[in-house]
Design a protein around this ligand. Sequence first.
Ligand code: TXA
Ligand code: MG
Length: 332
Amino acid sequence: MQTQIKRIDENSVAEAKEILLSGGVVAIPTETVYGLGGNAFDDTAVQKIFAVKGRPADNPLIAHVHTDYDLSKIIDYDTEIAKKLRAAFLPGPLTLVYPSTGKVSKYVSCGLNTLAVRVPSHAGAQALLKAVNLPVVAPSANLSRHVSPTSAKHVYDDFSGRIPLILDGGEAIGGIESTVCDVSGEVPVILRPGLITKEQIAAVCGDCLVYEHKGEKQVKSPGVLYKHYSPRCETALFTTVAQAVEECERLRQDKRVGILCESKWLDRFVGVVCYDLGKTPEEMATRLYAALRKAEEECDLLIAIKPEQRGGVMDGVLNRLEKACTSKDVAH
Ligand code: TXA
Ligand code: MG
């Protein structure tokens, strides 16, 4: 199969619509990262997404819909906090997990009695979703465990020859995936941190909890278990610049060492490639995945330094950085 990259416009949207309606998968841009889309009602299309990505069969997918989509077609139970959060943040990088099942393909939620729904703000994504007027499930368009894609080229690098079409909507400016938030109870619970922050959600709903996986068998959001976002080079993560400098000096004669850090540490390193995450948490979110993908091409070892700020968007950036540079698969 030949994989085409086409700028997103009326013609390419029409082509993508045909593919989706006939059970195929198409890569689509969103404001967070690129997604690998398929018709959420179509068992075969949903299974195809799992197969193409190599995604574990117990990691559920997010259904994407356009701004005017009638939610009652896919969820059978709405909640007060969901209404508030939709009004405050959608369309945008916030996925809401509803206590609902049964309307989309059974493969979407992998046996959980919930459905995750997202309304992306990217104009190209909206145009496609409006054209099909269907919920489109779309995990990040990377091979399972690999770094998420923020450009059409990243998607091509992972799926060339395996999908027919990539809609190119430019660089994904958000840079990290949406915040996933369970809205089934009275208090929202963040399952995956992202660009809509705990602080912002608490300001709208009065409170906001953050789910932590403590080894229990029934996991609320299986995605939290897996090794993720990982570049194909070796990685090491340090909390201080002094440790990173020492490790870099020790290893740089034998290996192609790269440094990933916020701008202020760059001048501490000489003779090695540096990937500049920028200064603000938002900048770091935008740049992180592209830097990890570049590093895996250019380095044997990537040494990352944890940024110092905490809270807000930084929670999402640190979550991705830690998973990319340290996490191991949890056997289960
Ligand atoms: O920004 C995003 O959300 C991107 C773009 C493409 O929209 N999509 C994305 O999808 O990140 P994916 O499949 O890579 O991550 C989905 C996350 C996983 O952590 C998964 O476990 C969680 O959402 N999830 C999906 N359905 C869920 C459900 N019913 N309950 C709890 N967690 C769910
Ligand atoms: Mg993903």
